[in-house]
Design a binder for this molecule. Sequence first.
Ligand code: ZN
Length: 368
Amino acid sequence: MARAKREQAKETKTGKVERHTCTLPRVPDRILPPTLNPNRARLIRMNEKKWANGTRLRYFFFDRRTDGPRGGWVGPEAQQNAVREAFDAWKELGIGLEFEEVPDREDAEIRIGFLQGDGAWSYVGRDVVDVARDPNERTMNFGWDLTTAYGRDTALHEIGHTLGFPHEHQNPYAGIEWNEPAVYDYFGGPPNNWDDETIRWNILRKIPPGEASGSEWDPDSIMHYTFPAGVIEQPAEYRNGLTPEPGLSEKDVEWARQFYPALEQQEEAELRAYESQRLAIQPGEQVNFRIRPQFTRRYRIQTFGAADTMLALFENVNGAPRFVAGDDDSGADRNARLRERLYRGGDYVLRIRLYYSHLAGETAVFMW
Ligand SMILES: [Zn+2]
């Protein structure tokens, strides 16, 4: 299988592999208080970019009406289809996220362009809505053909970023030692022509412990680059190059299902006003509560206890979850809270992901 991937790469006369490679937009790491204990910081990093499970992510392809300032964002049908198939492939893992194509960019969290020569990239996880806020801007671009075996992997890879997964070759547990001059030489040359800072951001920088998907390195991950001979010094077995197996690896599937388990597997207890509910979950896990308000009024919802949590409130509108409000208290001393007007007869779901709790089980949620 790996051969098919290698065949997609162009061999130059010198035998050097030339391949376009994903380049992530540079977003500053969030600064956490230096006094935070390292385990708490690690757990926050692991979860902070992930979506609330059950989120419906809507995607939009730029069209002639909404094309970029200099044009070129509109992709041919075959390219769009390759992206649709990649969304389907992630969904077919049985994850709890939903994907929906929408005709208006204002309705979409994910806005996709096909500007050739602009590389392939995506914002990572919730940066898609927290950083890329302007509906005129892309959150994802595909700069080369997606209908080849390599192109199909590119589509899976960029969607992996959108789901919150970082580059696997930057996993601090990988223990890769680079031949740095060779890395600068290879990625600074055609077809990528990256500047030094782009190379540091996408390859040489080790991502903070915890932000990596798992504590073990997976060289076959869809989130791992292909590397030619000579750029990896250690582990020695990759001195002749590293080509991940095509498609999603076993670990990719495991991580996706760990962060976004099928919703049917998750019970929804009812959260009623003035009845507290204990959060009996582990860091990284999520619990969901159904809310059916008895009165139309402004409600407060808050977590209690020394914990870092992410709250996301959705309303079921014609069977589809619509995001109402969210809060995230990770790394802060306060608790996550919402203050929202809820409507009698409405059907709401509160999703709470636990990043960290000082004492296991000593966290609760209360609505009043
Ligand atoms: Zn990437």
